[in-house]
Design a protein around this ligand. Sequence first.
Ligand code: DGL
Length: 266
Amino acid sequence: MALSNPTSIGLFDSGLGGLTVLRGMLRALPGHNYFYLGDNARFPYGTKGTDTIVRYARECAHFLLSQEVGVLIVACNTASAAALHVLENELSIPVIGTVGPAVRQALARSRSGNIGVLGTNATVASEVYQQAIRAADATTTVSAQACPLFVPLVESGMLRGEIVDKVVELYLAPLKERGVDTVILGCTHYPLLLESIQAFMGPDVAIVECSDAIAQDVVSLLGEHATPTTAGSVNYFVTDEVGRFNFLASAFLEGQAVNAVRIDSF
Ligand code: DGL
């Protein structure tokens, strides 16, 4: 597929989670122009049905296309699980999702093939992770766990402390009991709870997320265009209030200024 505007990269998520992917992109490809859409008016995606998530994903993608992005990253596992194939079929630019890159990392890290996957209700119910892991290696054992309280914790800015540790224990204890040696954070919000998740699982368990692998995929996709030619920029858009998004996003991005623009319709 020809790359029309390789220096402009669009990302979307239901809110703040996709910033973990943006952070990986800014590390790997700093000199590009990023367009980040947080669909906070319709957050959370993980409790919605497939048809609704597909509709949201289409609308987010079309908004980003109107910004003339040349590459689209679906920086949301729930949207990737429900709508990646739809977007790949319908759009004329390369579309990169979260599942393939995260599975690749997990298979590379796991020694025992006993792998845990955490995700939203929708992602776990879709079984995309379970199927992708087994398709890549039929000898693996996969235990998937929905963690519906993680996203509201992150969106409330609650990333550590007693309550977070209790919720982490609630969801991770079954995986620990099953002796998984690798855990996939199958939701882009979850890396923001990494500290507590790693502390509960212990240092011998690999905790894997998709952002670095996505960045590698984009670098190879861009080829010669991967070399930065400008200082780069990030444009943030949200579908609801900007104030809270700006405050939390700036904290997640280590104090970088975030001035999101609110869009009222797609
Ligand atoms: N960050 C998203 C994901 O990766 C969505 C969370 C949500 O809106 O429920 O699944």
